[in-house]
Design a protein around this ligand. Structure first.
Ligand code: PLP
Length: 387
């Protein structure tokens, strides 16, 4: 038995996306900048992929800039805005992905000011907090659409309305939300939005930044001027074409896929309760589940270390991930869970279970049974009850 419950880390590529990539590598391998027929064929394939990605988020083709992934797109958004100004103020949250947080920290060293908004205990930033943090020199607000650890969905559209006509740019990292909940750049009112292919059953190493028409950001890579002068470098053609095909399939299938993930997620939680597992907590919003990504579950077990539990789960065939990065002998609590102000036992014993459309309720039930057994075994060990 092998059950994959780490779909927020990455997803299995659609066979159709793999087939599209293979066709590029074997038949359509020209350089899209070439002026001959080989180049034109490659350019046409890239252009079609750009259209597929644009359609997924309600954007126009020319507003999509391909990058090497979500990390680069996040960096380009933050550093690209800063690149147009010598000084200024940026608002973000303490629960962003490190691609945003570390870009902001880098800018602080360059003399920019950054406000890191603290989420509430359920894992939300409010538009009111953003309003209160605005300053005359605020250049950019970057708030993620959905959090990668606890799946909470942030009020980006409300923040978009707040910033309308204020001359402050709005970026959102939608890496985790695209393909799980509706994502439309017009409805969100964002100027920039980050996507990553491998979170929606496309290949790794490719992503995109949506940049609204008329928004001028500075390039961070210099060279031949590809991607309309914003992102130089010969394009990752297999990745881009695979991403495009995955985006097209995601657009067609996402409502059913999200429902599959939700059913499996709900089943796991229900089964843990049915088994009467003692002393565990859901991290992040646990009252209104519509404010959380459909496939996300983040649980802490009192008296259990996440590292030990994940190891045992893996040995038993259940692949999940830690909400903290553990390294030899020491574990650093997750910055997201820390920002919620959770008690120590919840920081130490948190695991993330993320479901995809391929997970079944039967798998979820089996995974719950395994978690129940391993948590109880670890607790028994801790009490010295077992030899
Ligand atoms: N942003 C968020 C919210 C993510 O979850 C991730 C990946 O885990 C990234 C950015 C980085 O994306 P990539 O892996 O494509 O660099």
């Amino acid at each position: 038995m092998r059950i994959y419950l780490d779909n927020s880390a990455t997803t299995r590529p659609y066979p159709e996306a793999v087939a599209a990539m293979t066709a590029v590598l074997t038949d359509n391998w020209g350089n899209p900048s070439g002026i001959h027929s080989f180049g034109r064929d490659a350019f046409d394939a890239m252009s079609a992929a750009r259209g597929q990605v644009a359609q997924l988020i309600g954007a126009e083709r020319e507003e999509i800039y391909f990058t090497s992934g979500g990390t680069e797109a996040d960096n380009l958004a933050v550093l690209g805005v800063a690149g147009r100004f010598a000084r200024g103020h940026i608002i973000t949250s303490a629960m962003e992905h490190s691609a945003i947080l570390n870009s902001c920290r880098h800018l602080e060293q360059q003399g920019f000011d950054v406000t890191y908004l603290q989420p509430d205990e359920a894992g939300f930033i409010s538009a009111r907090q953003v309003a209160a943090a605005l300053r005359p020199d605020t250049l950019l607000v970057s708030i993620m659409h959905a959090n990668n650890e606890i799946g909470t969905i942030q009020p980006v559209a409300e923040i978009g309305r707040l910033l309308q006509d204020r001359g402050v740019l709005l970026h959102t990292d939608a890496v985790q939300s695209v393909g799980k909940i509706p994502v439309n750049v017009g409805e969100l009112g964002v100027d920039m939005l980050t996507l990553s292919s491998h979170k929606l059953n496309g290949p790794k190493g490719v992503g995109a930044l949506y940049v609204r028409h008329g928004v001028d950001i500075a390039p961070r890579l210099f060279g031949g001027g590809q991607e309309n002068k914003l992102r130089s470098g010969t394009e990752n053609m297999p990745g881009i074409v695979g991403f495009g095909r995955a985006a097209e399939l995601t657009r067609e299938r996402w409502p059913e896929q999200a429902q599959q993930a939700r059913l499996a997620r709900d089943e796991l939680l229900r089964e843990l309760k049915r088994l009467k597992l003692a002393d565990f907590a859901v991290n992040g919003e646990a009252a209104d589940w519509s404010r959380r990504l459909p496939g996300n579950l983040n649980l802490s077990f009192r008296g259990v270390s996440a590292g030990a539990l994940l190891l045992l789960l893996d040995m038993a065939g259940v692949a999940a991930s830690a909400a903290s990065s553990c390294s030899a002998g020491s574990s650093e609590p997750s910055h997201v869970l820390t920002s919620l102000g959770l008690e120590d036992w919840r920081l130490a014993g948190a695991i993330r279970l993320t479901f995809g459309w391929e997970n079944t309720p039967e798998e979820a039930k089996l995974a719950a049974q395994t978690i129940y057994e391993q948590v109880n075994w670890l607790r028994g060990e801790a009490e010295g009850g077992r030899g």
